[in-house]
Ligand binder design. Structure first.
Ligand SMILES: N[C@@H](CCC(=O)N[C@@H](CS)C(=O)NCC(=O)O)C(=O)O
Length: 322
């Protein structure tokens, strides 16, 4: 596949992704600063100060795009979108349809942004990136922390007064995001990037056990944490929306489709139909990214036409009324 990384400030165009047993290993994220409403952290929530670098294709970055949209933060926080195809040069800015070039740092590649933040940076160069124009550094590149900040610290600048992190549910929300991470969000990658049969099967079984579990939960309650949509739902959503299109075939997550699970499927359609969300779902970028970037998994780089799925179809959540 030929993904690269930075080593002591130098771009290296090849890296290992799995351990000796063939398990996919996702390293920790490095920029973990916090933006606060009052600026006590050194990063104050201010209009026009921050910029998000995302890929429409990436499930982690997609979370931040959804939060920016649903909170009405588009005029307060700028956006750049990388080209969907990634090769040994890493994420690249381009003029392709759906992309937004980097007007802030005029970078051609995302690694240049990382080097601007830290000239000796070593590690993966990933999206999402939350950039501070004032101090010219990366505030944070961990999606769950970015969505939390956008949700809680930008209230004053948000054009829509909605919260996905109500005080009384915070522990449950955090716990749920933790619980779904390894088997589901990362689980599709553990199956897809495994390099041994055993590692693939471990990822696959964890994934489908967890999907069964949440399908049952959603029979009893409308959303992962109860009666309202929370950050946890958006964290699950960005994996589910890619599942039947990409993970089922490309990552061999093929015991069932999401559309085979009555509750997960209607829940997925319901979330997709929340106003604003469909505008963040770029199926062309999603499919091109996976099928054309991972050439060790799909050497011909052919992008399948199907499946035909209707996320706009009515959802019938009869289970909810209790
Ligand atoms: N922990 C990060 C993970 C981000 C991540 O892995 N992004 C992928 C895209 S789906 C990436 O940029 N990969 C590039 C690479 O690994 O070189 C988060 O949740 O924000």
């Amino acid at each position: 596949m030929g993904l690269g990384l930075l080593v002591d400030g130098q771009w290296v165009s090849r890296r290992e992704q799995s351990d000796r047993e063939g398990n996919f290993v996702r390293p920790q994220t490095t920029f973990r600063n916090e933006i606060t409403a009052d600026g006590s952290s050194g990063f104050k929530a201010e209009s026009g100060r921050y910029h998000l670098y995302i890929s429409w294709a990436c499930p982690w970055a997609h979370r931040t795009a959804i939060m920016r949209k649903l909170k009405g933060l588009e005029s307060a926080i700028g956006l750049s979108v990388v080209d969907p195809e990634i090769d040994q040069n890493g994420w690249e800015f381009s003029e392709a349809v759906g992309c937004i070039p980097d007007m802030i740092n005029q970078a051609d590649y995302l690694w240049q942004i990382y080097l601007k933040a830290d000239a000796n940076y070593s590690g993966r160069v990933t999206v999402p990136v939350l950039w501070d124009k004032k101090t010219e550094t990366i505030v944070n590149n961990e999606s769950r922390e970015i969505i939390r900040m956008l949700d809680t610290e930008f209230e004053r600048l948000a054009q829509r007064q909605v919260t996905f992190y109500p005080e009384e549910l915070r522990d449950i929300i955090d716990g749920t995001i933790d619980t779904i991470y390894q088997p589901i969000n990362n689980g599709v990658y553990r199956a897809g990037f495994a390099t041994t049969q055993a590692a693939y099967e471990r990822g696959l079984m964890d994934l489908f056990d967890a999907l069964e579990h949440w399908d049952r939960v959603l029979e009893q309650q409308p959303y992962l944490c109860g009666d309202c949509i929370t950050q946890a739902d958006w964290c699950l959503f960005t994996t589910l929306i890619r599942f039947d299109l990409v993970y089922y075939t490309h990552f061999k997550c093929n015991l069932h489709h999401i559309s085979d699970y009555p509750n997960l499927w209607s829940y997925l359609k319901e979330l997709y139909q929340v106003p604003g969300v469909s505008e963040t779902c770029d199926f062309d970028h999603i499919k091109r990214h996976y099928y054309r970037s991972h050439t060790d998994i799909n050497p011909t780089q052919i992008v399948p036409k199907g499946p035909i799925l209707d996320f706009e179809a009515p959802y019938d959540r009869k289970v909810l009324m209790h």
